[in-house]
Design a protein around this ligand. Structure first.
Ligand code: HEM
Length: 194
């Protein structure tokens, strides 16, 4: 037997593994039609039909919600640190707050990518919301949230250079904006008004 041949996967096993992965990553009607009794898996998933209980794609939705919650925790807290930075005059305290802000910004940038990727997967691969108005409105809200996220990075660099000229009141108002974004995004996905 050729060297390394024993490690090679048997063709049948490779096919089985490939199929399992495909089932996990995409909701192919071919796989789910017999179990769901419906070709439209995206519609069934969207309506949380009992036939989709235990569907692997629900894991993507679970990750989407958990990661979005983590992103928003940071979007709410980072501007709160800016409020403190705008009020603080003690150099040691400013230094500590800047370290916290830098770490938080890194974390929120890190979680935002998979959070949004899971949402895009539900939409573009599974097909939930395909051709419906609410998903386009939601993506519009998400673009605004990404602009807010990036602007937080700009403000952080301004604080790092010691060039902040805005008042703590301004940062308090700025801090409220992601609440509106979250309300709009969740209302659109839950109520689906159009
Ligand atoms: C690129 C951005 C995003 C896309 C493409 C996207 C897409 C989706 C899709 C297609 C679903 C499944 C909807 C359903 O099953 O009816 C979903 C679920 C959800 N999304 Fe997003 N999403 C994104 C960002 C967000 C953001 C920023 C938030 C929160 C502010 C959010 C909150 C939720 C929630 C709470 C659910 C669960 C809704 C439910 O099961 O009833 N998503 N998302």
């Amino acid at each position: 037997m050729a060297k390394g041949a024993s490690k090679r996967m048997k063709p049948g096993v490779a096919v089985q593994r490939g199929r399992a992965l495909r089932v996990f990553l995409t909701a192919t009607p071919r796989h789910f039609t017999p179990r769901c009794g419906a070709g439209n898996i995206a519609g069934a998933l969207q309506n949380n039909s009992p036939t989709t209980q235990g569907h692997p794609m629900l894991w993507i939705k679970t990750f989407h919600i958990v990661l979005i919650a983590s992103w928003f925790a940071s979007l709410f807290y980072l501007p709160r640190i800016f409020v403190n930075l705008a009020m603080e005059t003690e150099p040691a305290a400013v230094k500590r707050l800047l370290i916290m802000a830098r770490k938080l910004f890194r974390f929120m940038s890190f979680v935002a990518v998979p959070a949004l990727a899971c949402g895009l997967w539900l939409w573009l691969v599974v097909g939930i919301g395909s051709g419906q108005g609410w998903i386009h409105a939601k993506v519009g809200v998400v673009v605004l949230l990404i602009v807010y996220h990036a602007y937080c990075g700009v403000l952080l660099r301004t604080f790092e250079r010691g060039e902040n000229r805005r008042s703590h009141k301004w940062y308090r108002m700025f801090n409220e904006l992601p609440v509106l974004g979250m309300l709009a995004a969740v209302a659109l996905v839950v109520i689906k008004p159009f």
